[in-house]
Design a protein around this ligand. Structure first.
Ligand code: PLP
Length: 410
């Protein structure tokens, strides 16, 4: 069991008031907070070993290079990649997914198809849609069912086109639906497609094992797993990574440059043009150490409990509709309320100290499936408490009453 009071001491940011009210931070699907040990590890690196990575003979550069390469090994172990050369550092999930879409551009053309799902965040939807538009290929979308799960029959239907790629999220940032990745991997591979998994929301929800998932690519962001912004990674199975042409060119990714031509470095550096955010990688490694030390399955089980608590409490509020009822919901719950715009609701609860997110959450196709333009989203992390869920739901109830009363007097 997690010692939540002790964990909260690792996150001093949580111990403050906003607008005179205790902060209740329930927007961790957008960004998680960063524990002291990660901040300290970054500060220590800046104090003792900062330089530009690779190719320098001096001590500071080699300390920075070691830090980057140790982090790469850590990431590989965390997701159970076969080796660290399968890990490409990126700014986050978005850059990782664009690296795959852009890297495959020469292999996709007229007559080909790419499949995404209606559950995708825009970052695993738009790059594919755009690629298809540019290359004259067909962009197909598998629908979601009424519960907000991917409709596997509809997926089977679009797979009949034998697409080159299937792009799917491991966990929705709208409904929290965890998708049956292994099953989808088999379906995609039977259809001859590469499977690209958006793991941005999945990294905190149990152990991620990219080999067990049988995915070809897996993308994630550090800031959704306590590492801060500007760092993420792309895992690729070796044969799949070999198929990616670089999209960015410059230093670090080249082997030999002459007036006539350029040859590229081996993987993974070939896909990491320019000076990498090695300090972000240091933070990511520290965050992974921290999460592992707490226990990844324990974190997931406790977060599931918090989400269940939130769903049950929100469902009891008058006129509140929860988006979807997926088979397994992890990390977040989105909802709309009669007589209250999600933005007004979230702005009002913010004044009560409660941080929620409102809007389409970069998932307009999913919102459209639910017949709404936007929603409010509550997303706890392992540093939240059941008392905070109660406090937030009480504030939501109060805000809804205020907004509805305001409407009546208008
Ligand atoms: N995929 C999902 C499911 C997300 O929730 C997000 C961010 O909210 C992303 C991708 C994009 O992540 P980033 O903006 O860190 O690249």
């Amino acid at each position: 069991m997690l010692d939540v009071p002790a964990i909260r001491r690792d996150f001093p940011i949580l111990d403050q008031t906003v607008y005179g009210k205790p902060l209740v931070y329930l927007d961790s699907a957008a960004t998680t907070q960063v524990p002291e040990c990660v901040i300290a590890r970054v500060a220590e690196q800046y104090r003792t070993g900062n330089g530009n990575v690779h190719r320098a003979a001096h001590r500071m550069a080699s300390l920075a290079t070691d830090a980057l390469e140790e982090a790469r090994k850590r990431v590989a172990a965390f997701v159970n990649a076969p080796d660290e050369d399968c890990i490409v550092f990126t700014r986050g999930a978005t850059e990782a997914l664009n690296t795959v879409a852009g890297g495959l551009r020469e292999s996709i053309g007229p007559g080909n198809a790419v499949v995404a799902t209606q559950l995708e965040h825009h970052s695993n939807f738009v790059p594919w849609q755009q690629l298809c538009r540019e290359r004259g290929a067909d962009f197909l979308c598998a629908r979601i069912d009424g519960a907000g799960d991917i409709d596997l029959n509809d997926l089977a239907r679009v797979l009949e086109r034998r697409p080159k790629v299937v792009a799917v999220t491991a966990c929705s940032n709208v409904t929290g639906a965890a998708t049956p990745i292994k099953r989808i991997a088999r379906m995609a591979h039977d259809a001859g497609a590469l499977l690209v998994v958006d793991g941005a929301q999945a990294m905190r929800h149990g152990v991620v094992d990219v080999q067990d998932m049988e995915c070809d690519f897996f993308a994630f962001s550090g800031h959704k797993m306590c590492a801060g912004t500007g760092i993420g990674a792309l895992y690729g199975a070796r044969e799949a990574l070999e198929r990616l042409a670089p999209c960015e060119f410059g230093g670090e990714m080249v082997d030999k440059v002459t007036l006539a031509e350029t040859t590229y470095s081996a993987l993974p550096l070939r896909l990491e043009a320019g000076t990498p955010n090695y300090m972000g990688a240091v933070a990511l490694r520290a965050a992974m150490d921290y999460l592992e030390q707490l226990g990844r399955t324990e974190i997931a089980a406790y977060e599931d409990e918090l989400v269940r608590h939130a769903v049950d409490s929100l469902a009891r509020l008058d006129g509140v509709r929860i988006l979807g009822s997926p088979k397994r919901r992890c990390g977040c719950v989105s909802f709309v309320a009669e007589g209250a715009h999600p933005f007004d609701l979230c702005a009002l609860v913010d004044k009560m100290g409660v941080a929620l997110r409102s809007g389409h959450n970069c998932a307009q196709p999913a919102m459209e499936a639910f017949g709404v333009a936007g929603a409010a989203r509550l997303s706890p992390a392992f540093y939240n408490t059941h008392e905070e869920i109660d406090a937030a739901v009480a504030c939501i109830d109060r805000a809804l009453r205020m907004l509805r009363a305001g409407r009546e007097t208008r």
